[in-house]
Design a protein around this ligand. Sequence first.
Ligand SMILES: Nc1ncnc2c1ncn2[C@@H]1O[C@H](COP(=O)(O)OP(=O)(O)OP(=O)(O)O)[C@@H](O)[C@H]1O
Length: 296
Amino acid sequence: MPDQNAKAIIIMNPTAGRRRMGRVVRFVRLLQQAGMQAQIVSTRYRGHATVLARMAVQERACTHIVAAGGDGTVAEVAESMAGSGIMLGILPVGTANVLARELRVPFDDASNARNIAGGACTVIWPGCLRSSEGACLFVQMVGVGFDAHVVHAVSTRLKKATGRAAYVLATLGSLWKYTFPTMTVCVDGVSHTAASVIVSKGALYAGKYILTPRSMQESRQFSVVLFGAAGIGNSIRYAIALLRGNLSRQKDVTILTAKTVEINTPRNMPVQSDGDARGLTPIRIDMPDRALRIAV
Ligand SMILES: Nc1ncnc2c1ncn2[C@@H]1O[C@H](COP(=O)(O)OP(=O)(O)OP(=O)(O)O)[C@@H](O)[C@H]1O
């Protein structure tokens, strides 16, 4: 039975996915039908979701904040909400929506609204990334190497127009441009080398594809996926293995569990977190003591 005073503030990224404003407006009605008060606030610039969520948390203006967007929007909202105890709902209107898939948040909006109003939640532990852009939380993953090169190369305009096809084009372009420098990855104090690295809280990657056998969302650790081989041929082999769900069985892919990771590279390299460009290396990743309650 929903709490009579339950109120959701929906922080909507109007640039996420393919701009589904109507869907967000309908979601307000669905939350109201489920017994909650709800209002939409729209972001105006990158990082604005963090500011809006911080205001809502400080003013204790709501019982729930709903991030209407993709993983980048969820991460920006999480930045201000983690540790607050306020419930985070996800309206998955982004491009990949990996965290929503991971936590099995319903993509059917009526079920999602009922779940948010119903009060059931799961507790997850976001990671903290420190890069040339400063510190930020991430909810799903951080990448350095080939995937970060793709994220930095993807055209925002094309992403809005074509969705995932923009990533396919950026991947093809990066295959020819990326030079695969070897990086040093210090995992809980032990040094490794790799051609590419993904540090992941979840098991999924780029939507529904299996990156690691185990999700670490409910643990205060993450998986570190080290790609041993450089070059175009190996990158294509890794991509095919990811699509087929057998990446972890590739002989030159190592998956470790860790609490801290430091990545150093011969020159500054692009970093991505939750699918968005996030500065340059060197980076440090660790686990802050700030849990997130997510409505499921
Ligand atoms: N009003 C805005 N104008 C421009 N950029 C914005 C605005 N609001 C948020 N952003 C930025 O949009 C970026 C992408 O958002 P988000 O990740 O939610 O969508 P997506 O990329 O379509 O989805 P996914 O990450 O699931 O693939 C984020 O980096 C966020 O900072």
